[in-house]
Design a protein around this ligand. Structure first.
Ligand code: NAD
Length: 265
């Protein structure tokens, strides 16, 4: 089988380098492009050497060329918009791992997805995407007699809170139960009158040490508690999930896809 040519957008970043490194170990993929921002000190360097693997003969460039069939983006929301336009121009599919996307960014992605295949996921780990489905199923079956609390832990440097993944769990539960992520989610509790209301979803963020990403959803009623937990110990799970998504997306017709499509959920 001819390997699928892919390009990594954000190739000099933490995720970008792991994507390049892991893709070189995958016989079904070929790194055909590596792109980072104009002014990035790593421009011109061999992407493989930069990622700590063998030289690939692909230098980090500041623009995408048309050689990749699938592009994988782990950058910033502004850069994601730029690469979306380039992918539409080149007819390439796009896997978006970049987080903190606004509703406007999502509209931009929807418009591009009319022309190319786009898969966007705030967490590319296969385990986390199964957790989304399991949490939704449990919430639906237990109903509002069971309280739902989501607790996430991340390293001390993480800027946003709660994590995109914790919000993804809340959204999956809301989609399954008809709840509203704005009205029904309570972020943290503090003060004299914080008694839990029936049906609310509690959301809590811990920032400690070097935690890669832990998420637990607790369902509780008088007499019992059920917990679903996922622990990521290496960022490679996100890169491996993105590479699996890229293989799945290659050749798909235009549209907006999710990791649950990759997993067949
Ligand atoms: P990072 O800062 O290490 O890397 C980002 C890279 O993007 C940098 O090399 C930067 O120079 C580059 N970049 C910025 N602007 C650019 C532009 N205009 N054009 C091209 N490249 C540009 O960050 P990271 O830890 O690799 O994370 C990147 C993104 O991926 C973040 O949004 C993060 O939250 C997200 N992320 C998502 C998942 C997931 O599973 N979906 C997992 C981990 C990280």
């Amino acid at each position: 089988m001819t390997p699928i040519p892919i390009a990594i957008h954000g190739a000099a970043g933490r995720m970008g380098q792991r994507l390049v490194a892991l893709a070189t170990e995958d016989a079904e993929l070929r790194v055909a492009g590596a792109v980072d921002r104009a002014g990035c000190p790593e421009l011109g360097r061999d992407a493989g050497t930069l990622a700590g693997v063998k030289p690939l003969g692909v230098n980090v460039a500041d623009k995408l060329d048309g050689t990749a069939k699938v592009v994988i983006d782990f950058t910033t929301p502004a850069a994601t918009r730029v690469v979306l336009e380039a992918c539409v121009k080149n007819g390439a599919a796009l896997v978006i791992g970049t987080t903190c996307l606004t509703p406007d960014d999502h509209k931009f992605i929807d418009a591009a997805a009319k022309k190319i295949a786009v898969l966007q996921a705030p967490n590319m780990s296969l385990g986390v995407n199964l957790l989304f489905a399991l949490a939704a199923q449990v919430a639906k079956q237990l109903g509002d007699d069971y309280d739902i609390e989501i607790v996430e832990s991340h390293h001390r440097f993480k800027k946003d809170a709660p994590s995109g993944t914790a919000l993804g769990i809340a959204q999956a539960i809301c989609d399954a139960t008809g709840k509203d992520i704005v009205k029904d989610v309570v972020h943290g509790r503090h003060g004299d009158d914080t008694t839990r209301k029936r049906g609310e979803i509690g959301m809590h963020a811990l920032r400690v040490g070097d935690v890669v990403g832990d998420h637990t959803v607790t369902f509780g009623a008088p007499g019992e508690r059920l917990e679903l937990s996922h622990y990521a110990s290496t960022r490679d799970v996100f890169a491996r999930g993105a590479l699996r998504a890229a293989k799945w997306l290659a050749g798909k017709k235009p549209g907006r896809y999710q990791m649950k499509d990759v997993l067949g959920l």
